[in-house]
Design a protein around this ligand. Structure first.
Ligand code: ADP
Ligand code: 5GP
Length: 185
């Protein structure tokens, strides 16, 4: 049976990372660890949240076709390593947690991928989560919130929209969607 390629997008701070951690408690899922040129946040480890690489290394990976997709987002590059995703799909369901432009690039090369957008109940809750996370400056928080309108404009290209209000309810909804998609295959 072919496994599922699930692409999770949504505004920064909506809870994607938190949701993915919960999904990964089931070890049939693999999370693709992306490469980025942004600096690690406190508590992030190289090879766990991201592979933190230089711009030069990123550009050489672009040239050698090493990315399934990549994009420049908030002034930094982010990209999905091609080899990891394509080999893991033979044995596991694979989750990508990537922004909308990258997600649409993958959908073009892998039309069977499931595009899922996670949204907050409203912008104020999104702001409260970003402030509560204490990882971004006030300017960076506003930049991330203002990007939400762009992401919403692509909502209709997504297969599923899930509102992350109550975390447990959102995780259950996503697990049920995956179950249904697997049954359809
Ligand atoms: P993202 O990966 O989308 O940028 P995070 O997973 O880092 O977002 O979550 C941002 C903050 O919001 C974190 O502090 C997290 O604990 C919190 N959070 C996530 N989901 C919920 C929820 N359903 N209700 C309240 N807070 C949440
Ligand atoms: P953060 O800096 O908060 O970790 O991530 C910023 C944004 O980059 C998030 O929307 C996240 O989903 C996205 N992102 C993370 N990895 C990738 C990737 O490999 N490709 C693309 N296109 N976006 C990514």
């Amino acid at each position: 049976m072919r496994n599922i390629l699930l692409i999770i997008s949504g505004p920064s701070g909506v809870g994607k990372g938190t949701i993915v951690k919960r999904l990964l408690q089931d070890d049939s899922y693999c999370l693709s660890v992306s490469c980025t040129t942004r600096a690690p946040r406190p508590g992030e480890a190289d090879g766990r949240e991201y592979f933190f690489i230089t711009k030069e290394k990123f550009k050489s990976m672009i040239e050698s076709g090493g990315f399934l997709e990549y994009s420049n987002h908030f002034g930094n590059y982010y990209g999905t390593p091609r080899e990891y995703v394509e080999s893991r799909l033979n044995t596991n369901d694979v989750i990508l947690e990537i922004e909308v432009n990258g997600a649409l690039q993958v959908k073009r090369s892998h039309p069977e991928a499931i595009l899922m957008m996670i949204l907050p109940p409203d912008k104020e809750k999104l702001r409260a989560r970003l402030v509560g996370r204490k990882t971004e400056s006030p300017e960076k928080i506003e930049e991330r919130i203002s990007r939400m309108d762009y992401e919403l404009s692509l909502e209709d290209k997504y297969d599923y929209i899930v509102i992350n209000d109550d975390l447990n309810a959102a995780v259950t909804e996503i697990e049920n969607i995956i179950k249904r998609e697997k049954e359809r295959k």
